[in-house]
Design a protein around this ligand. Structure first.
Ligand SMILES: C[S@@+](CC[C@H](N)C(=O)[O-])C[C@H]1O[C@@H](n2cnc3c(N)ncnc32)[C@H](O)[C@@H]1O
Length: 286
């Protein structure tokens, strides 16, 4: 049997994860406002024990640790060794000792039972091969009645940085459509699908709210560098282009720069964007 989530592990612990570490600041500028909107949905007590799912380089984990120190604790889980290493270094730099990071697959590994008083994720829950198994595991790790809050992307149509890019790629390569709902940034674009995953994982009081916001990508980078970064930092895009020649990649860069240029200014790329803010609770009598 093949190893679960192998493609994601290869990406996030390989070149993709390395690039996320190198571009951590610009990725945090892009994702921070959306993560904060999801974090505001969690009322964290001062002795909370919080789980941060797919915490990456740890920006949200550190922010939660700062909010609930000294009594509250937070654990960041991820499959990316380079991103977790960055997260650990940042916690040391900030002298935060109420925080820990572990390299685990949230879908397949033991992450505890009746342990956490809240679970959170900023775009870290759309990459599981078996989302119900992952959310059952998350559910099991929570104390009865505890809240879950996460943010994930709505469809590419509402996030033109993806739809415009795919439209350009299709001019140069014959792209088979990826199976719907397969792991990737847009796996949770259908709110009824997200709802069914949570229901099947024993969550209740499920609420899914649309949230529109400007998305500032690759702030401070040139237009050409932003397009090149985008092609390498998104696991689905990187997979689409893996067999393309350098010539084809250059054509795609040129063509994408043209369609992205109306969105580019000295602040970087600014696109309209739309995410789902999802909240739920573990059953009180579980
Ligand atoms: C889009 S990044 C978001 C990272 C971080 N939450 C942030 O907002 O900067 C998705 C994260 O999910 C992690 N991830 C993917 N599959 C995972 C799994 N099965 N278990 C734990 N983490 C996973 C990746 O390694 C990556 O760090």
């Amino acid at each position: 049997m093949s190893e679960a989530n192998k493609g994601q592990k290869d990406f996030w612990s390989g070149k993709g994860g390395d690039l996320w570490v190198q571009r951590q600041n610009v990725m945090d500028i892009m994702l921070k406002p959306l993560g904060e909107a999801a974090l505001q949905k969690l009322e964290l007590s001062e002795d909370a024990n919080v789980l941060d799912i797919g915490c990456g380089c740890g920006n949200t984990t550190l922010s939660i640790a700062g909010k609930i120190k000294p009594r509250g604790r937070v654990t960041g889980l991820d499959i990316s060794e380079p991103m977790l290493q960055r997260a650990t270094e940042s916690a040391l730099e900030l002298s935060l000792d109420n925080i820990s990071f572990q390299c685990v697959d949230v879908q397949t590994e033991d992450i505890g039972s009746d342990t956490f008083s809240a679970a959170f994720s900023r775009f870290g829950v759309m990459f599981f091969e078996d989302s119900v198994a992952a959310f059952r595991n998350i559910n099991k790790s929570l104390l009865p009645g505890s809240p879950l809050s996460f943010v994930c992307w709505q469809s590419p149509i509402q996030n033109p940085w993806q739809s415009l890019f795919v439209q350009e790629v299709k001019k140069f390569i014959d792209l088979p459509a990826p199976p719907p709902r397969s792991p990737g940034p847009f796996a949770f674009m259908e709110s009824n699908y997200v709802n069914s995953i949570l229901e099947n994982s024993n969550f209740e009081s499920i609420e899914i709210e649309g949230h529109e916001a400007e998305v500032n990508m690759f702030s401070g980078r040139s237009l050409a560098d932003s397009v090149k970064d985008y092609m390498a930092i998104n696991p689905v895009v990187s997979e689409m282009l893996k067999d393309s020649s350098n010539e084809v990649k250059q054509e795609i860069i040129k063509s994408t720069m043209e369609v992205f240029s109306p969105y580019y200014s000295d602040k970087g790329l600014i696109f309209p964007g739309a995410a789902w803010l999802v909240t739920a609770k573990k059953e009180a009598n579980a």
